[in-house]
Design a protein around this ligand. Structure first.
Ligand code: FES
Length: 242
């Protein structure tokens, strides 16, 4: 994925913070630590407070509202902070800072904000695939071994058997996760049908391998399972309302 221009290095003084909206709409805060530049999410993970208004000592970023703190290099929480900060890879070329867009895994609703070490393990499990328009990724009743994260394109997701679903399903967006039955124990089967409405790129991950990777980080595993429960509830509630 191509890098995106953030700003010039001389726009962020040493020890300074600057909020920038990158092409595509992602807002980030750039920090100048003296020995290098770092980028992180623009809004505090606690409440809707801009982090560019916080304090930065060259290593630790502090939100001025309730004093949550993070190591700017890793986003790891410190002191009172109860959640990590999402950080972004950047590169500097000819005095310009560029952001290297995160993979769909990093920004996915299920896995975003997990510690870098855990994300790296999950990233290593991802198999990128591209499917043509009209292809069906799976049908109701198929064995569910893999889950998918949408990288680009559009996928329609229909819950229920073909004869019990309405024509309008859910059209998934980038970063959305589907095929989550693969994270269930036992012999999971698909309860939905997923079809590409246009050529679509996905990351495909084996569900059992995801669960194994999360066993080594129980806090991340707990967060993923909580998000999964919310996700399933949301889809089932919405499909019941149709
Ligand atoms: S809003 Fe940032 S710490 Fe509470």
């Amino acid at each position: 994925m191509s890098k995106k221009k953030v700003c010039r290095v001389d726009e962020v003084p040493v020890g300074g913070l600057k909020e920038v909206e990158v092409e595509g709409g992602l807002k980030v805060v750039v920090a100048n630590a003296g020995e290098g530049f770092y980028a992180c999410q623009a809004i505090c993970p606690h409440q809707e407070v801009p982090l560019c208004e916080g304090l930065f000592d060259g290593q630790v970023l502090t939100c001025h509202m309730h004093l949550w703190q993070w190591d700017i290099r890793s986003g790891a929480p410190q002191g009172l902070a109860e959640a990590p900060l999402t950080t972004y890879d950047i590169t500097v070329e000819d005095g310009v800072i560029y952001l290297i867009p995160p993979s769909a895994l990093d920004s996915s609703e299920l896995f975003k904000g997990l510690p870098q070490e855990t994300l790296a393990k999950l990233q290593a499990l991802c198999r990128p695939e591209t499917h043509p328009e009209g292809s069906t990724l799976y049908r109701v009743g198929d064995a569910a071994e893999d889950l998918y994260i949408l990288e680009s394109g559009r996928v329609e997701f229909l819950i229920g058997r073909d004869d019990r679903t309405t024509p309008a399903g859910f059209v998934l967006r980038r970063g959305e996760v589907f095929g989550w039955a693969a994270l269930m124990d036992g012999q999971p089967v698909r309860i939905a049908k997923a079809t590409c409405l246009e050529e679509s790129a996905v990351l495909r991950i084996n569900g059992k391998e995801v669960l194994k990777a999360l066993e080594s980080d129980p806090a991340a595993g707990y967060l993923v399972m909580r998000r999964l429960a919310e996700l399933i509830t949301r889809y089932l509630t919405a499909s019941g309302a149709k």
